[in-house]
Design a protein around this ligand. Structure first.
Ligand code: ADP
Ligand code: MG
Ligand code: MG
Length: 889
């Protein structure tokens, strides 16, 4: 086994072995681009080190051989005192990871070689600048010294000199700084800064290996589900110097605009600087376009190289480069991050340029990006005062009056005010306020903080961790960095897609992408923007290749119509509970209170025509497409008045000696129906079995509605779905009753209604006995919300607000299992039920109607296990269509 690869030996497909950075350095080298020579130590070597606690025996010799080769090519030896070769030691895992060791530049410099470097470059200041950077970076990243100590010493030196930037320090100042830095190292790390260049290199390599198991890196991997055993590669790269004077410099660039996708010159450049100076903001950079004026030949060459890279990688690339005395060097490239809008535009642009095909274009975008483009946004033309910036935790644009506690949020929103709840951080006590608010803003906490997790679960706009904003909940005010103060009641606007916080009301405009899906904007129209056209084209690719059909969860004709505009191919879940609310509540109360069959039957008779009309409207809106109607699911007490309100009413009436017989009976019913754990109580098919006539009434309403639609020339395709089945016997009983009713109506109307009967699979027992259940079901629809609750033993309403934050922070899961399907647990039950169900009934229709149906990653899973369709809320339909296409291509 070989542990070290020269840059000339690797290529971009070896990311597993060489890490992302190493693989791309090799690729650029082999493309003939100017990359400073170097070599990569493989992830395999790292793995051996991590497993055994020491480097593989062969590693030292292999590194020596590659180093000797490098020295020969460069004509100097590492740290040689009169003419030193210097190198950088750079970490580079397969995925770039926060918490991994930073790069150490200028390795090989020492008290002995610093003068040699000065002589060789003819620049003494440069040599001391490089040395102080080495001691600083090495001290911080390899020896673990607090980096602030170096920064403070540097600031002191600048102050003493009255210098505004590091350029104001001369050779002597820097030489003194090196002394100070070495003292800091000695004091803090308890050892001298190593003078032996090879020891510097070996220690840096080992520090990179060790950083793989740093706490931050481990946490990141748990959250992102990156395996812990990949290991990191280490790149050793000969130094080129951007800090050799004004004809030198360092920069970053993109081959096209990562914000819009537009082709052009994008990047920043900083003269006389090294490494991360350009992004660290220590001095003002200039736009990359200015390089043309500063150094035309280098600029031209860079443009040429960027074109080569784009055509080669067939994608937007980002680049790090350095110019050493007029000579351009490439230090890094990778396929670059981009905004959602740019992703769509770039994908179609590349198709037009003939660089990629449609299948590849689908892989260049994703559903999360599409979802982002569908949120309403703040009007870009509007002028607004930016107060500050936090983490974009849950997308959307929200405007409201600032409130600083949950109580006020609830109170104000009850009186019709829109509010933004502002807290330092939120906790479960803030839940009501979060529900009442338009959006949530916190000054602490990251993407997995309570505010972020709960807001995402509720689909509510949230900006968290806006640390520059000082939140004072006692005095009910927020202070922005400029000193602007927001008091309770002042209007603020927050953008959960960018993390920006504005003073006042910023106008909100609908997303053009939604306008397009709604049919209010046509992709072909002259004024349709490029983004809409790109989305239109990508959606067409996806629809062409996807195997999964996409249906909507919709309970009424209006939602159904919108779902159809968004591309729904039917309704996968129509909940019937809303048909029992509003002014029908009284009928439901009668049903529940009924003492005799007669009373019950008369209540049901009154409900029947109302239900029937609901279904007629729905079948009409979805004419020709399947509509799955779920029979009543929730526990009955949800339809009765609140126990406290009712008790008060009864007590009052009693004391006033007013008649209250009905309320008293209701109260008794409420007590009778009270359940400790309603989620696991009398609901779903259990209701149907213990309340005579309830399900039959619903089936009758569906069948009569279908018959009526037929008579008016429609094409209704109803499917009747029984919820919360745990065993086939339950289903058989309901089925028997239902078939009688259907037969009766078919006989009366003289048409075959083609009704299908099926069940939800949402209890572990149902999934485990799916083979039996399929004998009585023509279709299964996986109710993955309840299935997740019952498989994990979580009550969703309780856990998201209580301990999910802790679980996410500890990395027990990277994303809530209610957001993305838990493949290993819930998913394996789904997989089993699919196989067992199809074994019993090969033409069994399979779908999913939990919220996972609109979640990108989950859609891929449902494609893999072979479902026929996913069903999701109307708004998520485009996302599901896109992901179904991506899964199939
Ligand atoms: P990161 O992964 O944080 O980007 P890099 O390894 O790319 O870390 O290095 C950090 C900075 O140091 C970058 O700006 C890079 O261009 C610069 N750098 C790394 N190696 C060299 C080198 N051999 N010569 C000059 N600059 C270098
Ligand atoms: Mg870095
Ligand atoms: Mg870099």
């Amino acid at each position: 086994r070989k542990f070290v690869y020269d840059f000339t030996e690797g290529n971009k497909d070896l990311r597993d072995l060489l890490g992302g950075k190493g693989a791309n350095l090799a690729e650029m080298t082999n493309l003939g681009l100017p990359v400073p020579p170097g070599f990569t130590i493989t992830t395999e070597a790292c793995k051996v080190y991590l497993d055994s606690g020491s480097e593989p025996a062969e590693l030292r010799d292999e590194v020596s051989a590659h180093l000797a080769d490098l020295e020969q090519r460069m004509g100097k030896r590492l740290g040689q005192s009169d003419n030193p070769l210097l190198v950088s030691v750079r970490s580079g895992a397969k995925f770039s990871m926060p918490g991994m060791m930073d790069t150490v530049l200028n390795i090989g410099l020492s008290d002995a070689s610093v003068a040699g470097l000065a002589a060789q470059a003819g620049d003494e200041r440069f040599a001391w600048d490089s040395y102080r950077r080495l001691v600083q970076m090495f001290g911080k990243t390899v020896l673990g010294v607090d980096g602030d100590l170096f920064e403070e010493a540097l600031d002191e030196a600048k102050q003493a000199k009255g210098a505004s930037s590091d350029l104001g320090l001369d050779a002597a100042d820097l030489r003194q700084l090196v002394e100070d830095f070495k003292q800091i190292v000695l004091k803090e790390a308890g050892r001298e800064f190593p003078q032996d260049p090879r020891e510097q290199m070996d220690l840096a390599i080992r520090a990179v290996f060790d950083s793989w198991n740093g706490e931050r890196a481990k946490l990141y991997r748990r959250q992102e589900r990156i395996p812990h055993d990949l290991g990191t590669a280490v790149n050793v790269c000969s130094m080129v110097f951007g800090n050799l004077g004004p004809d030198s410099g360092t920069g970053v660039a993109f081959t096209r605009d990562p914000a819009s996708g537009q082709q052009g010159v994008y990047g920043d450049y900083l003269q006389n600087a090294q490494g991360e100076d350009v992004v660290a903001g220590i001095r003002n950079t200039v736009p990359l376009a200015d390089l043309e004026r500063i150094d035309k030949p280098s600029y031209d060459e860079l443009m040429q190289i960027m074109e080569t890279l784009e055509t080669h990688y067939k994608d937007l690339c980002d680049i790090e480069f350095t110019i050493e005395r007029g000579r351009l060097w490439m230090l890094q490239t990778r396929v670059g991050k981009r905004t959602a809008a740019a992703a769509f535009r770039i994908a179609t642009q590349l198709v037009d340029q003939g660089l990629i095909d449609e299948a590849e274009a689908l892989q260049r975008v994703n559903g999360a990006q599409l979802a982002q483009l569908m949120f309403p946004r703040f009007d870009e033309g509007a002028t607004a005062e930016l107060l500050g910036r936090g983490i974009a935790a849950s997308p959307g644009a929200a405007v409201g009056k600032a409130v600083f506690d949950s109580y006020t949020a609830v109170k104000w929103s009850r009186s019709g005010e829109k509010v933004i709840l502002i807290r330092r951080e939120t906790n479960p006590d803030d839940l009501n306020g979060m529900i009442a608010a338009e959006g949530i803003l916190t000054s602490r906490g990251g993407k997995t903080s309570h505010a972020a997790v709960v807001a995402r679960g509720m689909g509510k706009t949230c900006v968290c961790g806006a640390e520059e904003l000082e939140v004072d909940t006692k005095r009910r005010r927020l202070t922005a960095p400029g000193g602007v103060v927001v008091e309770e009641g002042d209007l603020v606007s927050i953008d959960g897609s960018t993390g920006k916080v504005y003073l006042g009301e910023v106008p909100v405009v609908p997303s053009p992408v939604v306008e397009y899906f709604e049919g209010r904007m046509h992709a072909g129209a002259d004024d349709a923007d490029e983004l809409v056209q790109a989305v239109h084209r990508v959606m067409a690719y996806a629809d062409r290749v996807r195997r999964l059909r996409v249906r909507a969860n919709a309970d009424n004709a209006e939602d159904a119509a919108r779902a159809r505009r968004f591309g729904a191919q039917g309704i996968g879940l129509c909940r019937t509970e809303h048909m029992f609310l509003g002014d029908r509540r009284e009928l439901v109360e009668r049903l529940i209170l009924a003492d005799h069959d007669d009373e019950r039957a008369s209540a049901l008779d009154a409900l029947l025509p109302l239900q029937r009309q609901d279904f007629i409207d729905l079948f009409e809106a979805m004419d020709g497409l399947p509509v799955t109607v779920r029979l009543l699911d929730p526990p009955l007490h949800e339809f009765l008045p609140d126990i406290t309100d009712l008790s008060v009413r009864v007590a009052l009436a009693e004391s006033r000696k007013e008649p209250h017989e009905n309320d008293l009976r209701l109260l008794q019913a409420v007590h009778r129906l009270h359940e400790q754990n309603p989620m696991l109580g009398l609901r779903g098919v259990r209701l149907g079995l213990v309340i005579p006539g309830l399900f039959t009434m619903q089936v009758r309403a569906i069948a009569e509605a279908a018959a009526e639609r037929r008579e008016s020339g429609g094409d209704p395709r109803a499917e009747i779905m029984i919820p919360l089945v745990g065993t086939v016997q339950e289903l058989e009983l309901v089925r028997e009753e239902a078939e009688k009713v259907i037969a009766e109506i078919e006989a009366r109307s003289g048409v075959d209604l083609g009704l299908k009967l099926g069940t939800m699979i949402e209890l572990p027992r149902a999934a485990l006995t799916a083979g039996q259940i399929a004998e009585a079901a023509e279709f299964f629809s996986f109710g993955t919300n309840d299935l997740t609750q019952t498989v994990w033993g979580f009550s969703r309403d309780d856990v998201e607000a209580s301990f999910f934050t802790a679980y996410l922070e500890k990395g027990i899961f990277g994303v809530s299992p209610f957001e993305t399907i838990d493949r290993d647990g819930v998913g394996s039950l789904v997989r089993h039920a699919v196989e067992a169900g199809r074994a019993t009934r090969p033409d069994l229709k399979l779908g999913v109607c939990g919220e996972h149906g609109g979640d990108p990653e989950s859609v891929h899973f449902f494609h893999e296990v072979g479902l026929d369709y996913v069903s999701c809320s109307p708004f998520r339909i485009p996302v599901a269509r896109l992901e179904a296409g991506r899964a199939a291509s």
